[in-house]
Design a protein around this ligand. Structure first.
Ligand SMILES: [Zn+2]
Length: 146
């Protein structure tokens, strides 16, 4: 699969979620795990899509290190998720929309960019943004957050 096709799967996970966030972990061109946000159905404030997909793969694979994997997410990881990606040793993070794209929709954002979290850490991870940007931005039109 191409990166765009992988992100499309993350978008579909977001569309099925209570709130419009989806994430995929891939190894090269192969999708390994998919998850959406489940904060409300699980009553778990940490159940963001990125944390959910990391948990699923780490538990299934029996390791806490996801080195060599790429996390695709429809939205730039929040500080909690960025840190989770670092603790998981993910090799790459690819996101669609960024914090600035969502600030008008979600007043609960923490104004700390993923790149800032990475720079404050001892870890190195590749970070790319803007993949299927318009489709990821449009997710919020389906599920306005109040
Ligand atoms: Zn998050």
């Amino acid at each position: 699969m191409t990166p765009e096709e992988i992100m499309q799967v993350a978008i579909e996970a977001a569309e099925k979620s209570e709130t419009p966030y989806g994430a995929v972990i891939a190894q090269g061109s192969q999708i390994i795990e998919v998850a959406g946000n489940s904060v409300f159905p699980d009553n778990d404030p940490t159940a963001h899509a990125e944390v959910n997909v990391i948990r699923k793969l780490a538990m299934r694979s029996g390791t806490k290190s996801l080195e060599g994997y790429t996390l695709y997410t429809t939205y730039e990881p929040c500080p909690m998720c960025a840190a989770a990606c670092l603790w998981a040793n993910l090799s790459e993070i690819v996101y669609g929309a960024c914090v600035d794209d969502f600030v008008d929709y979600n007043p609960n954002l923490i104004d700390l960019r993923c790149q800032d979290v990475i720079e404050k850490s001892p870890f190195s991870v590749q970070l790319k943004g803007g993949l299927l940007l318009e489709q990821c931005k449009n997710l919020h039109k389906l599920y306005p957050i109040e």
